[in-house]
Design a protein around this ligand. Structure first.
Ligand SMILES: *[C@@H]1O[C@H](CO)[C@@H](O)[C@H](O)[C@H]1NC(C)=O
Ligand SMILES: *[C@@H]1O[C@H](CO)[C@@H](O)[C@H](O)[C@H]1NC(C)=O
Length: 173
């Protein structure tokens, strides 16, 4: 991830926070990723992780992405699916679930985003997300998460803003 992109992205946050009621745009495509995960035990039964089949992990991961980016229930998603001692690789974020939830709860609900695709394989989940800030070129976000059994334990992200002078008519999306 290029540092200027990160800085540019972070620099927009105060602006975003100033417009907490800006309309959010959700794609119907995101609904395709809505796979409610049913639990008999409503307490934190996913973290710490316990062994799970890849099919079960995939279902849990898709439910997490749906809660986070479609329902935009940041605190619920983090409390339910993320390890308390989350390993975070974003260069400007702190470690742990609480710090990252506290940051994202002030961003994700207020920024229009579209989940383009989600996949899960070999303990790693990927979400490709389009972020549309008002009056700005869209940002492509790749969220990569590692699961330990049923629990999401590690996160990387890669972001890129579409250049205003992009020459490819299908640039980035
Ligand atoms: C629910 O999970 C908690 C924490 O793991 C456990 O203590 C409790 O016994 C579980 N309850 C049921 C009904 O499984
Ligand atoms: C697009 O704009 C950037 C920044 O102004 C410039 O460096 C680059 O050469 C431009 N590319 C094209 C293909 O016009």
């Amino acid at each position: 991830m290029r540092l200027p992109v990160i800085i540019a992205t972070l620099a927009t946050l105060p602006g975003l926070l100033a417009f907490p009621h800006s309309p959010s745009v959700f794609s119907n495509r995101a609904a395709a990723y809505s796979q409610p995960e049913t639990r008999s035990n409503k307490t934190k039964s996913y973290c710490p992780g316990h062994p799970a089949s890849e099919a079960h992990q995939r279902k849990i991961f898709f439910a997490f992405i749906n809660d986070l980016y479609v329902k935009k229930d940041v605190l619920g998603a983090f409390d339910t699916y993320i390890a308390e001692d989350l390993i975070e690789h974003d260069p400007f974020d702190a470690q742990g679930r609480a710090a990252n939830a506290a940051k994202l709860v002030n961003i994700i609900p207020y920024v229009p985003s579209t989940v383009l695709r989600v996949s899960f394989s070999n303990n790693v989940g990927l979400a490709h997300v389009r972020v549309d800030e008002a009056n700005k070129e869209p940002i492509a976000l790749a969220d990569i998460y590692r699961m330990d059994g049923t629990c999401i334990v590690e996160h990387w992200d890669v972001t890129q803003s579409r250049p205003a002078n992009a020459t490819n008519p299908i640039a980035m999306f």
